[in-house]
Design a binder for this molecule. Structure first.
Ligand SMILES: [Zn+2]
Length: 205
């Protein structure tokens, strides 16, 4: 009886282990296919998993978090999204209230997350916004994005805010790049959380 039980426990442990390995391999493959990204996510992926605390992945609770808990969650999450993209700059995170209906913005190494984002119940939107803003920090370094230093400089000098003119804002090269790559990185990040913590696809609460 005891031996049988041991065998059952060992078999289950082995199956769990194998399943985890397959999940990790699949996730690593999907990460490596990001366009315009010459960074190897594959190596980074495993270290990210080891360091990412379990409670940060408990996104089911997002809807039930109050304002202060949401702020703390975003503060904790930002360094992981930055590390995920191998962005080594130190970033200051601020929560300055509202700004013309914007979700978030980045000025140099300072990221601001506004009330509109804190009030959103859409967890995917939180992740994508952080990934988008991380991309702006990365663009300043601009060694490995598709943008050249001249384009980044011109885009920054001629920057038009979304509330000034949404059409021109969306045509700004640094925004085109941040939306494109930020969405991809954000979605892959969310998928990684889903695989790791086993919650359902679709909009997490
Ligand atoms: Zn942007």
């Amino acid at each position: 009886m005891y031996v049988q039980r041991c065998a059952w426990v060992l078999k289950k442990a082995w199956l769990d282990y194998r399943k985890k390995q397959i999940d990790r391999a699949n996730a690593a493959v999907s990460f490596s296919s990001i366009e315009n990204y010459s960074i190897s996510f594959r190596n980074h992926f495993n270290s990210f998993y080891k360091k990412f605390p379990k409670y940060v992945g408990r996104v089911f609770d997002w809807k039930n978090l109050d304002r202060l808990a949401r702020i703390k969650y975003i503060e904790k999450l930002v360094p992981y999204v930055l590390k995920f993209g191998k962005i080594t700059r130190d970033v200051t995170v601020k929560f300055p209230g509202s700004y013309h209906g914007a979700l978030a913005s980045t000025n140099g190494r300072e990221m601001s997350f506004y009330d509109k984002l804190l009030d959103s119940d859409d967890h995917d939107e939180i992740i994508e916004s952080i990934a988008h803003e991380s991309q702006h920090v990365y663009q300043i370094r601009n060694t490995e994005t598709a943008l050249t230093p001249d384009i980044v400089a011109a885009s920054t000098q001629n920057y038009i805010q979304p509330h000034e003119n949404m059409e021109y804002y969306l045509k700004n090269p640094i925004e085109i790049e941040a939306f494109k790559t930020g969405r991809k990185v954000g979605r892959r990040f969310t998928d990684a959380l889903r695989q790791k913590y086993g919650f359902d696809r679709g909009r997490a609460g």
